[in-house]
Ligand binder design. Sequence first.
Ligand SMILES: Cc1ncc(CN)c(N)n1
Length: 224
Amino acid sequence: MSAPDYGRAFALWRAAAPAWRDYTHHAFVEGLGRGDLPRARFLHYLRQDYVFLIHFARAWALAAAKADTLAELQAASATVQALAHVEMPLHVQICADAGIDAAMLEATEEAPANLAYTRYVLEAGYSGDFLDLMAALAPCVLGYGEIGARLAGRGGAYADWIATYGGAEYQALCRDVGALIDAALLHRLGPGWAGLPRFARLTQRFATATRLEVGFWQMGLDGA
Ligand SMILES: Cc1ncc(CN)c(N)n1
């Protein structure tokens, strides 16, 4: 299956990230697709992912603070809204159904792989600009979109998880984020952005964040 179209920058970044396939076809992902990933591993991942999403929402809020245009401000703030009001409540609900209440979820101790990834992204925002943040955030948003699109329609134990990321709403978000990134590059670097050294540095950021996604899946697979 060909990759979904989430814009030009994503296509270039994806092709240049050596770990992209390791990320999108990780054993954890394949277990979700087949439905045979042990439930305990999934719940371990989900608790860590809840903590991840708190920092991820903070990073998008930082993107809103660094926005240059109304469209960027709207897109970044809409993503914060979607994370806080759609994706995170989903985690809370699945964990509650498994007997992990809100207090337990809040008390989750961050795994080192989680710390490494979230602080890498936040640091990109603290020391860099809107583009640095987008390059560090893109593997997260768009990688899950690509995984969801590939696994869409599979049944099994993780059909709900697959439906969330493979569904129309998340896929539309991915297309919006891809368009946001292309527009942000054009706005700041001009029409020749793809050939500039700055774009090569952003490609490196994307590749690093992709490696950190691989580490996150592996943390989930290794369990507590
Ligand atoms: C680690 C990780 N990466 C990406 C996503 C999709 N927002 C997520 N929930 N968690």
